[in-house]
Design a protein around this ligand. Structure first.
Ligand SMILES: [Zn+2]
Length: 101
């Protein structure tokens, strides 16, 4: 895993562990939608959308700028849905230290 990917994964973990994410009940089965809060602009949310064929994308600038590379919001959704963030409550401190160092 590259440093950039590791950082996105770690930040996604923090977003999931601090519940800055909500799942929107689908009106159709064609796609799933999550709202994930921006790290830098609180109260602003990006849409993570997963189509029924599995294709997943995000409306954030990072996703667009890096041509569809998995962003922290998509990692947050994956982590949130798997609920692994609750197995290590102290991981938030470790992750934030790792990001800063
Ligand atoms: Zn994103």
């Amino acid at each position: 895993m590259s440093t950039a990917r590791r950082s996105r994964f770690a930040r996604g973990w923090v977003l999931a562990a601090t519940s800055r994410i909500k799942r929107i009940e689908p009106r159709t089965t064609a796609a799933q939608l999550w709202k994930v809060e921006s790290e830098s602009t609180p109260a602003m949310f990006y849409d993570v959308i997963q189509k029924s064929d599995g294709e997943t994308f995000c409306t954030c600038p990072d996703y667009e700028f890096h041509n569809g590379e998995t962003c922290k919001h998509i990692y947050a959704v994956v982590i949130y849905e798997s609920q692994i963030q609750d197995f290590a409550p102290d991981v938030i401190d470790q992750v934030e230290n790792a990001i800063q160092n």
